[in-house]
Ligand binder design. Structure first.
Ligand code: SF4
Length: 372
């Protein structure tokens, strides 16, 4: 039974310099064609979902009529919804769209602010200004959203400790319940990575980025934004339910080009081309470009790699119930190395769980890869 549904809207108003997500510049005819194929796919679902996440790309570049069609269609496959999130970008979020979301059961909005410095926004190639970012948070709150998440990016080549501090301090002053803060990465094929390779920009030292991360965690904790995953912080009671299911390696279905799914031990990624995806749905052929049935061991190891990202880490009883494996036996060798490098430690309450150390949080991708 798949309870979680992700819908990828692969359109943006412009491409940011650092982004390698699959998305294209908004075109009305393509957007309409995509909503038509979503209609068809949703009609054929035999699952019912209790968390929905409409992400992208930029869902809010869709016009009001297309957003409404999608939201109305989703009513037929959602029951007792625990969380319904829509991602929004400041340049395309207006009051009509906010009202539409609220009228159709969306109870969480995730706004891609990224920074409260125009210098940083320009460097990243964002389509919005600080003024628009602040106004979008205020509009969402005023119209009735009580669960507002914002994204931040840090570790830019142009960034000083002071600039980053201004960002994370400001973030906590807005009426938001959740903050996702991501370290800038240089993804292959992006403008930013080309600039780096050409020597036009210099990446920050890992020591400096590590200190920025630490400063942020300390400040957020003081401000009652509790860390519950490497990059995620929330006020009490506002952990992201949908995303937390990913870290528990629970099943989910992804609709849209490049979206992933995981169900019955099968991991799948949809075709990363909008025209090809639309064609595949219309012709009733497979919409995925990658699909793998994981063995029980591989699936258990993935669970370890994902769950270690959370603040509570991996509790061995939970792991056994979820995967059928004894965690300490399954990951015996990687664990010894990770303890040696002081990347993991025993969680409180005896040797019943492990979690990341402070250092481990900085090298979480390495720790995850070691478990696989
Ligand atoms: S970061 Fe977001 S808005 Fe920018 S190009 Fe990527 S998906 Fe689009």
């Amino acid at each position: 039974m798949e309870n979680s549904l992700y819908i990828h809207i692969p359109f943006c108003s412009k491409r940011c310099y650092y982004c390698d997500f699959y998305s294209t510049i908004y075109q009305r005819d393509l957007a309409e064609a995509l909503i038509n194929v979503f209609d068809r796919q949703i009609e054929n679902f035999d699952s019912v979902f209790d968390t929905v996440y409409i992400g992208g790309g930029t869902p809010t570049v869709l016009t009001l009529d297309l957003l409404e069609r999608l939201l109305l269609k989703l009513k037929s496959v959602t029951r007792e919804v625990k969380e319904f999130t829509v991602e929004a970008n400041p340049e395309s979020l207006d009051e009509d769209k906010i009202s539409l979301f609220l009228d159709h059961g969306v109870d969480r909005i995730s706004i891609g602010c990224q920074s409260f410095s125009n210098l940083k926004l320009n460097f990243l190639g964002r389509a919005h200004s600080v003024k628009q970012a602040i106004s979008s948070i205020e509009k969402a709150k005023k119209k009735g959203f009580d669960n507002i998440s914002i994204d931040l990016i840090y570790g830019l080549p142009i960034e000083s400790y002071k600039l980053w501090q201004e960002d994370f301090v400001k973030a906590t002053k807005f009426p938001v319940t959740h903050i996702s803060a991501y370290m800038l990465t240089y993804e292959k094929g992006t403008c930013l990575s080309r600039s780096l390779e050409a020597g036009k920009i210099l990446s920050l030292s890992s020591d400096k980025v590590a200190l920025m991360y630490k400063q942020m965690i300390d400040y957020f904790t003081k401000s009652k934004f509790f860390q519950y995953e490497i990059s995620n912080f929330s006020k009490k009671g506002f952990k992201a339910i949908h995303n937390s299911r990913y870290w528990e390696n629970q099943s989910y279905i992804g609709l849209g080009p490049s979206a992933s799914s995981y169900f019955s031990g099968i991991r799948r990624r949809n075709i990363s081309s909008l025209p090809k995806y639309i064609k595949a749905v219309k012709e009733n052929t497979k919409v995925w470009e990658y699909s793998e049935k994981l063995s029980l061991v591989a699936s258990a190891k993935e669970t370890a790699a994902l769950k270690i990202r959370t603040i509570e880490g991996i509790e061995f009883n939970w792991f056994r119930q979820k995967t059928g494996f004894d965690f300490l036996k399954l990951e015996k060798e990687p664990l010894a190395a990770l303890f040696n490098q002081k990347l993991v430690k025993w969680a409180k309450g005896g040797k019943k769980a492990i979690k990341l150390t402070r250092k481990g949080f900085l090298f979480a991708d390495t720790v995850s890869a070691t478990f696989l």
